[in-house]
Design a protein around this ligand. Structure first.
Ligand code: AMP
Ligand code: GLY
Length: 454
């Protein structure tokens, strides 16, 4: 076993990454929290803040890392990929400049406009709160109000949906953001497409006559639908994501292959225009009456979406990493044709008033039994830890999402039944969105798009 991989981050997404690479490498991991799932897979874990570039470089050097994988955006924004690269550790995760496609929403929209990336909504950026409020008053239609910087998915307010225009203005006046983006409200169904990318950017000199760089360097994965709202029926405040599903083919039940292809075209055009980029490019899309529009880009795997994608990926993740490092074409990806449903168990009161310190029971054996009892013969259940506090007498909640279960099976309905059964193993003090992946909710998505397309 020749590769030594350093994983940065300690959430559910990183537990899924750890499970995907651990069989093929020596794994080391660092994060500010101790994730018991990652700890069980790694040779060693060290407690280091995800933004502590120097501490992470020291750890990488100590363990002789031949590759690094960065999970969270906070590490990308802090320049951890730049610092690791400067120490000669190949890092799957873009440098801070390229990660601005996620970390600076004003840059992201200007980048789309400048490079003619398809699917960009009408937008303006503001450094002055009062000018932004005037624009809201004068705008004919609803708007999404987006702080330019990172907010953990919780900073956006959409008028006509979550807030009135008066509330949007009060939100801006109370929050004191340096820069905001105001953009046309997109109406439709959201979906995510994530791609593995290893590209040489336009700033790198290229041989004359070479065609755009994406050929062989962008590998897309099946679409996923996340559920950001805290409560059943898409009510309540936005969260980091309460759960997500994917289908047995790359599309979702409310979209067709042309919609998926339109999303892939956006990702490829974006990679062509970006500086040198290694890592995952995540596109968040809205399927609207006018076609596929871009809600945002992330410079990393989604959380929870990584937990839908990696368990069904047959291609070893290590092969993607080594190909990217060694300047080879990325391997063609293969996925088992299975649907997945991921549900997060979160502390009571999450996200506004989360109750930390509640004791939780997680019985890994009953997670596995859920697959055997509820699914078809193809069924599987997975458990991914996120933010739990492991004390001597057991596991306790923190203020963030605690753990996720993923059902994998032939249909979304079967996968949901497995996830549901697996969650029965969770103790008191936790809440889940029961409706994610249930046939009635999926049907509502289909009906919504049918109505929009009429
Ligand atoms: P973001 O942090 O950009 O992912 O935004 C969080 C959520 O806000 C998205 O998942 C959407 O549900 C919503 N949102 C963002 N931009 C728009 C928009 N232009 N129109 C409607 N909803 C939006
Ligand atoms: N699931 C949304 C995100 O990872 O940002």
């Amino acid at each position: 076993m020749s590769e030594t991989v350093l994983l940065v981050g300690g959430g559910g997404r990183e537990h899924a990454i750890a499970r995907a690479v651990a069989p093929d490498c020596e794994l080391y991991a660092c994060a500010s929290n101790r994730n018991p799932g990652i700890a069980a897979l790694a040779e060693a874990v060290r407690s280091i803040d995800e933004r502590d570039a120097d501490g992470i470089v020291d750890f990488a050097t100590d363990v002789g890392a031949t590759l690094a994988v960065i999970g969270p955006e906070s590490a990308l924004a802090a320049g951890v990929a730049d610092a690791l690269a400067a120490a000669d550790v190949y890092t799957f995760g873009p440098r801070a400049e390229a990660a601005r496609i996620e970390t600076d929403k004003a840059y992201q929209r200007q980048f789309m406009r400048e490079h003619g990336i398809p699917g960009c909504p009408d937008f303006e950026t503001f450094d002055d709160t009062e000018a932004a409020c005037e624009y809201i008053d004068g705008y004919d239609g609803d708007l999404a109000v987006k702080p330019a910087g990172l907010t953990g998915g919780k900073g956006v307010r959409v008028t006509g949906d979550q807030v009135t225009k008066a509330e949007a203005k009060a939100y801006l006046r109370d929050s004191d953001y340096d820069r905001v983006v105001l953009e046309e409200r997109l109406v439709g169904e959201e979906f995510t497409v994530q791609a593995f990318v290893a590209s040489e950017g336009s700033e790198t000199p290229r041989a004359t006559g070479r065609s755009p760089v994406t050929d062989g360097e962008v590998r897309t994965t099946p679409a996923v639908q996340d559920h950001k709202r805290a409560y059943e029926g898409d009510e309540g405040p936005n969260t980091g994501g309460m759960g997500s599903y994917s289908d047995a083919d790359p599309t979702l039940p409310f979209m067709d292959a042309a919609d998926y292809d339109a999303a892939v075209d956006v990702l490829e055009a974006t990679v062509d225009a970006l500086p040198t980029y290694a890592g995952v490019l995540y596109g968040q899309f809205m399927l609207t009456a006018e076609g596929v529009r871009v809600v945002e880009f992330n410079a990393r795997f989604g959380d929870p979406e990584a937990m839908n994608t990696l368990p069904v990926m047959e291609t070893p993740f290590i092969d993607v990493l080594t190909a990217a490092r060694d300047g080879e074409s990325l391997p063609d990806l293969s996925f088992v044709p299975r649907a997945t449903v991921c549900k997060y168990a979160v502390p009571a009161g999450y996200p506004t008033d989360p109750e930390a310190g509640a004791r939780i029971e997680v019985d890994e054996g009953s997670v596995e039994r859920a697959a055997a009892e509820r699914g078809t013969d193809a069924g599987e259940a997975h458990l991914f830890y996120a933010s739990v506090d492991a004390r001597e007498d057991g596991l306790y909640t923190t203020t963030s999402r605690a753990f996720a279960v993923v059902g994998v099976d032939e249909t979304i309905g079967d996968a949901e039944a497995i996830a549901d059964g697996a969650l029965a193993a969770a103790g008191d003090g936790l809440r889940v969105r029961e409706d994610i992946g249930k046939p009635s909710l999926v049907q509502r998505r289909i009906d919504h798009v049918d109505r929009l397309r009429e």
